[in-house]
Design a protein around this ligand. Structure first.
Ligand code: PAF
Length: 290
């Protein structure tokens, strides 16, 4: 077994090129090893490490990519301000043990003449994040498809904090018939309930406290769900949320498969999804209510 795949010693191989990564993964595949993949945009935190550790329980080799994908940002200032901590990311990956960390440059991911497939997302990309961040999911699909094509994992692990992203990626995999299992993983939270996110790095301690209104609103809605309709639950949740200091962008309850709004009737897996601003920082979160 090559040293770079020894989980015990937690040796991480850091790779910057597609060619280098393919070579490493081809030799792992030749040894019959399964590949698990955790795509990220860096500024890694415990939530990412939870994905890595989940992947390492079911796959022989865990690959983590760190790439801030410009094509999924519709707002240039959001892209510019997105936290980038490559040194700390490498240290964390060494400590918490993925096997291969892939830090590609933009030209490695988007070489000239790259052809990205067209994917019919059946409207999953048009609601919620899609409405407020036009083009966002086109960029997500483009980069995830490209990364899947490079890594060729058996399984890929995504956090459910990005509830809509998980639905979109699943649909992409179905549409393109890719032989990859998408493994959705529970949202990791701080002890007080704030969903872990790279964007939290931009929050002050006071703002982190203020942002707890998101979790409290979701819990409030979960308690309401048994007694009220989705529409009533939304009204009550908005009232609750407005007691806090954050600015709401949207708060809705959706069918987990179609992502269409629910109003009168509950369906199993119905989820409340919230997007809001804490100061300048845009946060999203969600919870399955029923
Ligand atoms: O969830 C993210 O961090 C990104 O959207 C992803 C999946 C890494 C694609 O850039």
């Amino acid at each position: 077994m090559p040293a770079c795949f020894e989980r015990k010693g937690r040796k991480v191989e850091i790779i910057n090129t597609v060619e280098g990564l393919k070579k490493t993964l081809d030799s792992a595949r030749e040894e019959g090893k399964s590949i698990g993949f955790v795509p990220t945009m860096g500024a890694l935190h415990q939530g990412h490490m939870d994905l890595v550790s989940r992947a390492s329980t079911v796959c022989d080799v865990v690959v983590v990519s760190v790439f801030v994908n410009p094509t999924q940002f519709n707002n240039p200032s959001d892209l510019e301000k997105y936290p980038r901590t490559p040194q700390a990311d490498s240290e964390l990956l060494k400590k918490f043990g993925c096997d291969v960390a892939f830090f590609p440059s933009e030209i490695e991911i988007y070489p000239e003449n790259l052809v990205s497939p067209r994917v019919d997302l059946s409207g999953l990309d048009e609601v919620m994040e899609g409405k407020f961040r036009p083009g966002h999911f086109k960029g997500v699909v483009q980069v995830v498809y490209r990364l899947f094509d490079i890594v060729e994992p058996q399984k890929a692990f995504f956090g459910l904090k990005d509830f809509q992203q998980v639905a979109v990626i699943k649909r992409m995999v179905e549409q393109l018939n890719l032989p990859i299992e998408i493994v959705p993983c529970e949202t990791s939270r701080t002890e007080k309930g704030l969903a872990m996110s790279s964007r939290n790095k931009r929050l002050s301690e006071v703002q982190k406290e203020e942002a707890l209104i998101i979790y409290h609103t979701l819990m409030h809605a979960k308690a309401d769900a048994g007694s009220y309709s989705p529409a009533e639950t939304i009204v009550r949740a908005k009232d609750f949320f407005e007691q806090g200091a954050l600015q709401l962008e949207y708060l809705t309850i959706v069918d987990p498969h179609t992502l269409q709004d629910l109003s009168d009737k509950w369906v199993p897996g119905a989820a409340m999804c919230i997007a809001c601003f804490c100061g300048e920082v845009r946060l999203i979160d969600n919870m399955t209510l029923i």
